[in-house]
Design a protein around this ligand. Structure first.
Ligand code: IVH
Length: 717
């Protein structure tokens, strides 16, 4: 895909741009190079899954591009990587006609079905053997993309197959879909590509956890989650859902005159090339899409001769099903030769040249024997069904969360019921339904507890929620879970602590709340079985190291309701010091990215609770860093709106650090002396810039020390 020298060049440019982060003016003439570098890294990450840069550096380059474009809006191009982020909400979706109807596929369920289909295909083609392309049947939401003059101009859902919803803004959030692609090199001016948007199993699980935490019912499968996501009003919300897209079919294209030519009409070399090079094959079209940067099933597909080989590959792939990061519900078998596809044609419902092979649903039946209630970190009490152990999709399942009271009612569950279970999203098993017709008189209704299973205090049900909650601030289980969350990998990352140790130390009376993590009595630990001097040292070091974790980790670790890792980052960036939240109103907080009404309320309530501020003061006293050392204070810094230029050799600061200091307080670095410059900071041996600046009255010429004084004064202000 990329030659070594191309990779080398991209990597070299990456490093160059990383050196230019504070110098947007110097980047300006190279802005298109910067865009290609970003596109290169997006493609490596989202399409090839072989990233060559870490997220942090990628973000820096992305912000650099944003800064350059912000300073010079006239240079923004429609396919700039920054143009994915939708600014306005979708106000309903316009219905758009598909240029060619989006047909469905005929289904097959076993090898006999496939043999029958192959017989028909051979008969209609008048051939003894057929070349097939076999690829996964992605379980998501189908989409159609239209590119005109190399630019993505429209994306639509399948709808009823004839017309769908225009979801262009939302589709632009999916980073594996290029905003532009070089079709014009083949003389193609308009092209329609079909594919599937999927949500990965991991993203689906995270999404469902979020729903359940809010007392909502989880979605049944990643397919529903993907199609729901495509209809979100807010494109930013779509971006957060981590969707991916596979493109598997070119349905038509038009050349020079923009007249629509159905793919069967391929005649010229470029048209044949588009459809797959010599012989115009489906696999060639997949290759071509791949070459142009699309995520086609290039690696997953296999071209085989004859139906026996198809059956073999389908079985091989089914065995891999559980190891894939996304859901597939079968395989699609396509006649590979496009000329034969045309010969076979289609019915009103499906093409005759393709068939879906559906995998067996991974379901099983078992008995529901009882319900156990668990209290979570936020006090929500979750019922967990205890089952007779049963195998589904390769794993043994013996308990399944049934979420809340509503869910139990909806699924009509009783103790001793026979239930159908399924591994939705392949990861978390769910109860699909009960089988009331198999009831034998031994069933008893599920009675929801009214008291906390940990502290026995009465549960409270919020009118707006489906969840019963324990609101006892001293509930042992909740306190332990709060500490477990605080020390966890994504929060303060206190290695060698872990859930088991938290529970153990808590029961020994060594832990009581979050601050007690920092006052742990190591002497008492040293007498304990299985805890050696080495582990105590490790624990000490890890606890000590956590004191300087970045602020966003601490905010996330506090376990404020609805504040996930992303929101924690936004919040950390918003303040210089955690105590500033005490003076923020709900309205202030709602202005932040990622913070809606509900989240703002929760944050506001957390910081207006004296108990919480007292705890934070306690943490501060114990030596934790509660300030944002890397605050990105562009808009509100004391130097906002002021421009700076450094010239000559600085003695105390490196040039980059000096520029960063000015920027941290909202200052902007410019590259040349003009009337727009506010401060020229002069080091040793300053030359022509100083001379030029002296001629412009409005420029303040200051020394390095004066600059430092200025920065410090503003910091205190
Ligand atoms: S080919 C005319 N290939 O399955 C071509 N479809 O049940 C029609 N699907 O509507 C589609 N993976 O949304 C094709 N590799 C694949 C597919 C695929 C998933 C979906 C597609 C279609 C549905 C039919």
């Amino acid at each position: 895909m990329y030659s070594n020298s191309q990779i080398h060049n991209y990597q070299a440019s990456t490093q160059q741009f990383l050196q230019m982060l504070t110098n947007t003016e110097a980047v300006l003439p190279k802005v298109e190079d910067l865009r290609s570098v970003l596109r290169f890294h997006e493609h490596r990450y989202y399409v090839l899954s072989e990233p060559l840069i870490n997220d942090e550096d990628y973000d820096k380059l992305y912000k650099l591009l944003e800064a350059v474009e912000k300073a010079h809006p006239e240079i923004i191009t429609k396919d700039s990587p920054t143009q994915r982020v939708g600014t306005s909400l979708n106000s309903g979706f316009e219905t758009v006609q598909h240029l060619v109807p989006m047909l469905s596929l005929e289904n097959s369920y076993n090898s006999d079905d496939l043999l029958d289909w192959d017989r028909k295909v051979k008969e209609l083609c008048g051939l003894d053997n057929i070349e097939y392309c076999v690829e996964p049947k992605f379980d998501g939401a189908s989409i159609s993309l239209i590119y005109e003059h190399d630019m993505l101009v429209r994306a639509a859902t399948r709808g009823d197959g004839v017309a769908g919803d225009d979801i262009t803004n939302n589709i632009k959030q999916i980073r594996s879909i290029p905003l532009s692609a070089n079709f014009s090199q083949y003389g193609i001016q308009q092209i329609e590509i079909r594919g599937e948007v999927v949500m990965t199993k991991a993203a689906f699980d995270t999404y469902n956890e979020g729903l359940v935490a809010q007392g909502l019912s989880p979605l049944a499968n990643p397919r529903n989650a993907a199609s729901g996501s495509l209809r979100m009003k807010d494109p930013k919300e779509v971006a957060r859902r981590n969707l991916e897209a596979f493109l598997y079919h070119v349905s038509y294209y038009a050349n020079s005159q923009l007249s629509i030519v159905h793919d069967s009409a391929a005649k010229t070399d470029s048209e044949i090339l588009l459809l797959g090079g010599v012989g115009a094959s489906h696999s060639g079209a997949l290759q071509l899409l791949w070459n142009l940067g699309f995520r086609s099933p290039q690696k997953e597909k296999k071209v085989v001769l004859g139906i026996e080989a198809v059956i073999q590959y389908v079985n091989e792939f089914e065995a891999l099903r559980d190891t894939l990061p996304y859901e597939i519900d079968g395989m699609v078998i396509k006649v590979n030769d496009v000329a034969l596809q045309d010969k076979l044609g289609m019915t009103t419902h499906h093409p005759r040249w393709a068939i879906a092979f559906k995998f067996k649903a991974r379901q099983a039946t078992t008995k529901l024997r009882g319900i156990e209630f668990q209290v979570g970190r936020t006090g929500a009490v979750t019922p967990v069904a205890k089952l007779d152990p049963v195998q589904v999709g390769g794993v043994t399942v013996s308990s399944i969360s049934v979420h809340n009271e509503e869910y139990i009612k909806e699924k009509d569950l009783q103790i001793n019921d026979t239930v159908v279970i399924e591994r939705a999203g392949d990861v978390i098993p769910q109860i699909v339904k009960s089988l009331p017709e198999l009831r034998d008189g031994l069933q008893t209704p599920i009675v929801f507890v009214k008291e906390c299973p940990s502290c026995n205090q009465p549960l409270i049900k919020d009118e707006a929620e489906a969840v019963w909650r324990c609101v006892n601030g001293n509930c042992t289980e909740q306190l332990m879970l709060a500490i477990i969350h605080f020390v966890s990998k994504d929060a303060m990352d206190i290695k060698s602590f872990g859930e088991a140790n938290v529970r153990r130390f808590y029961k020994m009376g060594l832990l009581a709340d979050i601050p007690s993590v920092y006052t742990l009595d190591f002497d008492k630990l040293s007498n304990q079985k299985g805890i050696g001097a080495k582990s105590i040292d490790n624990l000490k070091d890890a606890i000590e190291a956590s004191k300087i974790q970045p602020l966003h980790r601490l905010i996330y670790g506090l376990g404020i309701r609805f504040v996930g890792e992303n929101t924690a980052k936004v919040l950390a960036n918003y303040v210089s010091n955690i105590f500033e939240f005490a003076s923020k109103t709900e309205e202030d907080l709602q202005l932040l990215d990622d913070v809606g009404v509900k989240v703002a309320k929760s944050i506001y309530e957390y910081f207006s609770n004296n108990k919480n501020t007292a705890m934070l003061r306690q943490l501060e006293g114990l030596g934790l860093q509660l300030v944002n050392t890397k605050k990105d204070a562009i808009a509100e810094g004391g130097l906002a709106g002021q421009t700076f230029l450094f010239t000559g050799t600085l003695n105390k600061l490196k040039r980059n650090d000096a520029e960063a200091l000015a920027e941290q307080q909202g200052g902007k670095i410019v590259s040349g002396v003009s009337s727009k410059l506010n401060y020229l900071v002069v080091g040793d041996d300053a030359g022509s810039k100083l001379e030029k600046a002296k001629k412009i009255n409005t420029i303040k010429i200051i020394s390095e020390d004066e600059f430092l004084a200025l920065v410090n004064t503003n910091k205190q202000a």
